[in-house]
Design a binder for this molecule. Sequence first.
Ligand code: ATP
Ligand code: MG
Length: 250
Amino acid sequence: MILKLGGSVITKKFDYLETDDKNIEYLARAIGSVWDPKMELILIHGAGSFGHAPVLAHGLHSGIKTKKQVLGFADTHSSCSYLSNFIADRLIKSGVPAVVVSPVVVIRQINGRISKFDTSTVFELLKKGYLPVMHGDMVLDSKLGGSICSGDQISTYLGKKAKKIIFGTNVDGVMANGKLVEKITKNNFKDIEKHLKSSSAPDVTGGMAGKVKEIISSKKSAYIVNALKPKRIEDLLKGRTTICTEINVK
Ligand SMILES: Nc1ncnc2c1ncn2[C@@H]1O[C@H](COP(=O)(O)OP(=O)(O)OP(=O)(O)O)[C@@H](O)[C@H]1O
Ligand SMILES: [Mg+2]
């Protein structure tokens, strides 16, 4: 199973480099309460104010060319790593053996899309009963010098063989005309598409529109759920139904 926790939940996305300690604590406890190594769970988290904000501050979204951008790449990676270690630490305190696998070490991109991904450490950790943790990060890019690899892209890439992919974010799911869309299928996708927008917070990976695009292009089914309500995450991890959007366009 893949669980992606949005940067919109674990950080204060309108601020600069601010964790949301209360939400991290709730989620670490929720994961701890259902944790079983047999779940074979991989946790991915977004970067929130530790990624989107420094990318915007350093001007990194169209590539890494200048010395200033090289320093910005390093600074953004360092912030994202800090956030990831912070989350792993809280999970360990909840009894979950979380180990961060740093995306910059194992992923390469071409024009902002994953071209190589050495997944061996992630799957070996999984087999041995750990919870591998990955996150949105700056990675090397053979066309752009460096580019953003979103947690959403990592989730759908690693989710190719997953039984279930869950995207926890700060809304109940995909909204259209003020209402929750419970299911997106190939029949209603065209109608829903126009409602998919970027984030209301500073964001460089497309907000809800970017997330749904990643899911649709992976052709996997997935759930988008409110991670501000940890019980809903627990429900999905336990195979129960809950309030969310289910995407299935196969
Ligand atoms: N149709 C829609 N339904 C629901 N949310 C939408 C919609 N269109 C745009 N959004 C925005 O998308 C946001 C969620 O995307 P966002 O990228 O901010 O979250 P995240 O992926 O959880 O965080 P991060 O990218 O930091 O990991 C919502 O808070 C909302 O502002
Ligand atoms: Mg996002």
